[in-house]
Design a binder for this molecule. Structure first.
Ligand code: SAM
Length: 335
């Protein structure tokens, strides 16, 4: 299988596929209710890629070097019959890692079928264990217990599991140690993600970011951390194990220690745009090509050209003067 390199010599390895732009949460930092309200123009069904279209792009991307696919959204478990798509992708030759990112609300009822269909891993976003804070951060009236039930159900099926927590200064810093203690006791790997300036609506400010180094120090003081070697080039998290415990914790520092140099990730939006940076202002439409009767060679060569033309490294440039006017929304491009 031939690989493809971008202008900075980065290979294409990782494809994130947003299967819907809709979500059952209204996290103020991602999909604030005042913007994504009842009248928000979400994509009509006909605009969203079918499972066959998604699987076709995925297989062609695998032909160009992709080894890892993550299904995301919006909330991917809102997409009807997602299990069928998982089954289709699980059969794709050459794929070594098939993962799903979810808020976990619907996971309890879906975990067994997802595992049976061939999903390898689930990442559950969880920003607080405290119920009132969880509801506030999720813009939801559902209890955190529903998500914990989903996590337990996924673990029971044998799916590999990770918990992701976005930490915001003065909002959920109080949750950092309780979450780490809970993940340790439950045997779940935990990732702390720096709050990023994605999208246009979350009123992001640099002061809201809690630097990964600060969190690392806090966890080290509380539990003792031992660094782990990166498992592969381009791994975004800096990983640690606990000194006295087999559990693992990692830190993703897109803001304070950008890692664009190793970024090997493309994103496919729910309506078929190929986006090569989380902070991009747009993407390349593949849906038109897919629906125009294009051959596999034509679609593959479109994918190849987009990747070969890629030179974005927004996180590294953020500190300078470069600021895109309008960025794609996280819920649209897929977190
Ligand atoms: N609905 C799914 C979920 O909640 O995991 C998948 C989509 S969601 C956009 C994916 C991840 O993006 C979540 O973990 C969320 O916390 C994270 N996210 C959203 N906005 C973010 C921001 N501004 N900075 C960092 N992470 C963000």
């Amino acid at each position: 299988m031939s690989g493809v390199l971008d202008k900075l010599g980065r290979p294409l390895r990782d494809l994130r596929i947003s299967v819907t732009d809709r979500c059952n949460f209204r996290c103020p930092y991602c999909m604030p209710r005042e913007v994504f309200g009842e009248n928000f123009p979400f994509l009509p069904k006909t605009a969203v890629l079918t499972f066959e279209e998604i699987a076709r792009v995925a297989c062609l991307a695998i032909g160009l070097g992709v080894r890892k696919i993550r299904l995301t959204g919006g909330e991917p478990l809102l997409r009807r019959d997602l299990v069928s798509l998982v089954g289709m992708l699980a059969e794709a030759e050459g794929l070594t890692d098939l993962a799903l990112t979810t808020n976990g609300l619907l996971l309890a009822g879906a975990a067994r079928a997802l595992k049976d269909a061939g999903l390898h891993r689930v990442t559950v976003s969880l920003d607080a264990l405290d119920d009132a804070l969880f509801r506030r951060l999720g813009g939801t009236d559902r209890p955190v217990a529903d998500v914990l039930r989903g996590i337990r159900a996924a673990a029971d099926t044998g799916l590999r599991l990770k918990i992701n927590c976005v930490v915001q200064q003065g909002i959920n810093e109080s949750e950092v140690l309780p979450l780490a203690a809970w993940c340790r006791s439950e045997g779940h790997t935990l990732r702390f993600i720096e709050y990023m300036d994605v999208g246009n609506h979350n009123r992001w400010r640099h002061e809201s970011v809690v630097a990964a180094a600060v969190l690392r120090e806090r966890l080290h003081e509380a539990f003792g951390l031992v660094p782990l070697e990166p498992a592969w080039r381009g791994e975004v998290a800096r990983r640690f194990r606990y000194a006295d415990h087999p559990g693992e914790v990692g830190f993703v520092s897109s803001i304070t220690e950008p890692f664009c140099g190793d970024c090997n990730r493309a994103r496919l939006t729910a309506d078929g745009k190929l986006v090569t940076c989380l902070f991009a202002s747009g993407g390349t439409d593949l849906r038109g090509l897919l629906r125009s009767g294009a051959s596999d060679d034509q679609v593959s060569s479109a994918l190849r050209s987009v990747w070969q033309a890629r030179e974005d490294r927004y996180s590294e440039l953020r500190a300078g003067t470069h600021q895109p006017d309008q960025k794609v929304e996280m819920s649209y491009v897929g977190g």
